[in-house]
Design a protein around this ligand. Structure first.
Ligand code: 5GP
Length: 130
């Protein structure tokens, strides 16, 4: 259980190293790891270590500084891996595909120079906007 009395989310358990993941960036309050089911050449989940916010609306209202930190981490990963050009998706609500109710962004991007032609799809599957 967490300090808020909730069961730890899957992302809290990844941050605690209870569930393995490929972690790509970490700060005191943010953690980023490869999505287990990537839907773009670069697909990184970026989340807050606290699970107190269920979605981006709650996070932006409750702790705008932490929201800004999450975006800065996204930009840093994209600068390293995707020439700084990226899409940031916050699924908000079950009806649009949110499955983990612990705020997180999907960083979706093409890889940098040298990416083979054809390896450039973004946002397929549940992240495509249909
Ligand atoms: P949502 O559908 O809530 O917007 O996004 C949840 C994301 O978490 C999905 O893209 C899913 O593939 C990813 N995910 C769920 N469980 C795990 C896991 O155990 N490890 C990793 N690395 N990603 C996960």
């Amino acid at each position: 259980m967490t300090s808020t009395g909730q069961e730890p989310s899957i992302f809290t358990r990844i941050a605690a190293r209870e569930i393995p993941a490929t972690i790509v960036a970490e700060t005191e309050r943010i953690i980023a790891f490869e999505d287990i089911a990537p839907q773009a050449p670069v697909h990184v989940v970026i989340t807050t270590k606290t699970q107190q916010y269920a979605n981006v609306v709650e996070l932006a209202g409750g702790d705008p500084g932490l929201m800004a930190e999450l975006v800065a981490v996204a930009a840093g990963i994209a600068a390293e891996r995707a020439n700084g050009q990226f899409r940031l998706v916050f699924n908000t609500g079950e009806a649009v595909g949110q499955t983990v109710f612990h705020v997180h962004a999907h960083l979706l991007a093409r890889t940098g120079p040298g990416t083979p032609a054809g390896d450039s799809s973004l946002g397929e599957g549940s992240l495509a906007f249909r």
